[in-house]
Design a protein around this ligand. Structure first.
Ligand code: ADP
Ligand code: ADP
Length: 227
């Protein structure tokens, strides 16, 4: 059974009498452990779809089912998000930033810290625990943001243009890094990108959104060099 099932999902923004269809008739399944890329032109509803998956928006129509018999799903607790900007808190160290979601969800401090240190090591930031965000490059800040999104062990990671603000070289390195992180964390990841190249490189499946109905493109079958 898929972790996520979307069927005919539609979202309309309303302001006054005006309506704008941001997402129309999106149908796709996402299985546990998939890394799904969402591509499509600006304004086609990618961010809106992520917000629906994150539980920040309700769909106006269609089925949105997240979680299944073997994996219950609590929005908020089970979602980790990464945005184009790292959005680290400037007055907290890298370690404190990464620990925060776990602490908010009630994990004891020592456990949150241990988990944060482990994840910082995984994203290649060992030794930077006591630094502040401004002491890190953009790519490193984004890696910290990825560690933070993983710290409370969510079942689903949503990324909205995670590497869009990085320079081309850093972005390419982050793409490689991301494949490793995905392989190690074994998370279900859905990410939005403007880059077809990135979508094909990173995605085990790729959904192409248009301003009309969207179906999971069946698939860019990539043999990934991971267990
Ligand atoms: P994408 O992420 O693919 O660029 P979005 O999901 O951000 O697309 O937006 C889809 C469309 O919905 C866009 O045309 C945008 O202008 C519109 N839109 C997004 N958010 C709102 C909102 N809160 N109110 C009204 N229209 C919105
Ligand atoms: P929400 O709709 O839950 O308030 P959003 O993040 O979708 O949250 O919207 C953020 C803000 O952007 C809202 O206050 C919305 O009114 C405003 N907005 C209005 N029109 C647009 C648009 N075309 N594209 C993006 N945001 C818009």
């Amino acid at each position: 059974e898929p972790l996520i099932r979307l069927n005919g999902v539609r979202k309309v923004y309303r302001s006054g009498a005006r309506e704008f269809v941001a997402v129309s008739d999106v149908t796709m399944d996402v299985h546990e452990g998939d890394m799904v890329s969402l591509v499509g032109p600006s304004g086609c509803g990618k961010s809106t779809l992520l917000k629906i998956l994150a539980g920040l928006h309700d769909a106006d129509d269609g089925l949105v089912q997240i979680g299944n018999a073997s994996s219950a799903f609590t929005p908020g607790r089970d979602v980790g998000m990464v945005f184009q900007q790292a959005l680290l808190l400037k007055w907290r160290t890298i370690l404190q930033n990464v620990m925060l979601p776990a602490q908010i969800l009630g994990l004891p401090r020592r456990e949150a810290e241990a988990r944060a240190r482990e994840l910082l090591a995984m994203v290649g930031l060992s030794g930077f625990e006591t630094k502040y965000p401004y002491e890190l490059s953009g790519g490193m800040q984004q890696r910290a943001a990825i560690a933070r999104a993983l710290v409370h062990d969510p079942k689903l990671i949503l990324m909205d243009e995670p590497f869009g603000a990085l320079d081309a070289l850093t972005r390419e390195k982050m793409n490689l890094e991301m494949l490793r992180i995905w392989g190690e964390s074994r998370k279900t990841i859905i990410f939005v990108t403007h880059s077809i190249q990135e979508a094909v490189f990173l995605g085990s499946q790729c959904a192409v959104l248009t301003s009309g109905p969207a179906r999971m493109a069946d698939h860019f079958a990539i043999d990934l060099p991971y267990p």
